[in-house]
Design a binder for this molecule. Structure first.
Ligand code: GLC
Length: 426
């Protein structure tokens, strides 16, 4: 008996020490966060959140989603419309803020110390009606990945135009196949019918001088000869330098072909950089990145602006813990961790001058200007209708790439569809 009493007393002393160190112990809470799995995000997550769990005594659990942002959006919309309290935090794509804003907590006050350290344009992209609906965790702007060793072997330059890229891709592919690499391809990208194709095709169109689908002032601009030319060019790659199966590729399928050493060029986001240099990668040390090609000399390269954020659900029953976790996930410690381990571009300005980041992930300082000049998708001008607009656009592009109608016919029809969706106003 007396022994038991002593044990309880000792536990009491230990508890007193914890209280002294961390303040009154709140009841440990379990916070649920939902996000899609791309690259190593999901497997890395326990390590990323461990410092927050240790500090707060709370636990984080993950509800994993498919990696397609379009599939995630559909599921999030259902949960949020139903007001579920099962999810506390949602990882959200940069384009969704206007469409999901009403379901999220305003983080302006909670993030008052973090906001001044961020790029103002990124904070603005997550601000709807004066409410900061999500905190940026990383930004995104794609690169043209190329095999340095193979450009050298076949005496090809780093391509400047899409046609130069296609010509080099063909030479390298023919050479590698003749040497026995039967599965070798010239170029891989994201050709599946989903949001990723909107990103790729916006880059083709914009880099041919064909505008941004819907311009910042709301004008529907997509039906023009430069956009037609851009899509015809992309169509010419399918089944020649790119596998026919590229029409179902998302980011991870493209990376799979690339990282097993079976492609000369790849369009992908920066996350593929650290994975491509991983111990198990066949292309480790053999590749570099450059900006995406242009339509013709004199045109400008275009990279679609991507990026992810963390939002706190209004329906969460653990709002304080969820806000604390959101601040941690968006804060400098987690952003630096992601930059170093996952080559995700930070949204905190100072990390572009951080020596550890530059050493582990040279693409990050190199990509600062690329993302600062990246082209936004028209989610701001089309407001709540962006998802419909994007779905019409990626369908018209997918049809064109599949040989289902000409680029000219599909873009003319798209203009009509977008005009209907717009109605009197966006
Ligand atoms: C990347 C981008 C995101 C984009 C998606 C498309 O995850 O960060 O903004 O919507 O790719 O697949």
């Amino acid at each position: 008996m007396s022994f038991g009493y002593r044990a309880i007393a000792l536990r009491g002393i230990a508890l007193a020490a914890i209280v002294a160190a961390f303040g009154a112990p709140a009841m440990a809470e379990e916070v649920k966060v939902v996000f899609g799995s791309t690259g190593s995000d999901l497997t890395d997550f326990p390590d990323l959140v461990k410092p927050w769990e240790d500090k707060t005594g709370n636990k984080v659990s993950v509800v994993p989603m498919p990696s397609s942002t379009s599939d995630q959006f559909a599921q999030y919309r259902l949960w949020l419309a139903a007001g579920t309290s099962d999810i506390d935090l949602y990882q959200t794509d940069v384009i969704w803020a206007p469409q999901l804003a009403q379901h999220f907590v305003d983080l302006t006050a909670a993030a008052k110390d973090l906001i001044p350290t961020e790029f103002p344009s990124i904070i603005q992209s997550q601000t709807v009606g004066g409410k900061l609906v999500a905190l940026p965790i990383f930004t995104d702007a794609p690169a043209l990945y190329y095999r340095k060793d193979l450009l050298e072997k076949y005496k090809q330059p780093v391509p400047k135009t899409w046609d130069e890229m296609a010509a080099s891709a063909k030479i390298i592919m023919d050479g590698e196949r003749a040497a026995g690499s039967k599965d070798f391809w010239g170029f891989v990208f994201q050709g599946n019918a989903y949001e990723g194709l909107t990103c790729d095709a916006l880059e083709w169109v914009k880099s041919f001088g064909g505008g941004q689908i819907v311009e910042p002032d709301g004008t529907i601009s997509i039906n023009n000869p430069k956009a037609v030319k851009a899509l015809e060019t992309a169509k010419s790659w399918v089944g020649t330098i790119a596998p026919a199966g590229v029409l179902s590729y998302q980011e991870e399928e493209a990376r799979g072909v690339w990282q097993t050493g079976n492609a000369a060029f790849m369009r992908n986001w920066p996350y593929a950089y650290s994975l491509g240099n991983g111990a198990d990668s066949k292309v480790k040390g053999l590749f570099d990145v450059t900006t995406l090609p242009v339509g013709a000399e004199g045109d400008s390269s275009a990279a679609t602006l991507g990026g992810w954020n963390i939002a706190v659900s209004k329906y969460s029953k653990h709002q304080d813990a969820a806000i604390s976790l959101a601040l941690y996930l968006a804060g400098p410690e987690a952003q630096k961790w992601r930059a170093i381990h996952e080559t995700h571009l930070p949204t905190i300005q100072a990390l572009y001058d951080d020596a550890d980041v530059a050493k582990a992930a040279p693409i990050i300082p190199q990509w600062k200007n690329v993302f600062l000049n990246a082209v936004p998708r028209p989610s701001a001008p089309t407001l709540g209708k962006y998802n419909e607009v994007s779905a019409k656009f990626w369908s018209a592009v997918h049809d064109t790439l599949s040989g289902n109608g000409s680029a000219a016919d599909n873009l003319a029809k798209l203009e009509g569809d977008l005009t209907d969706i717009k109605g009197d106003n966006w």
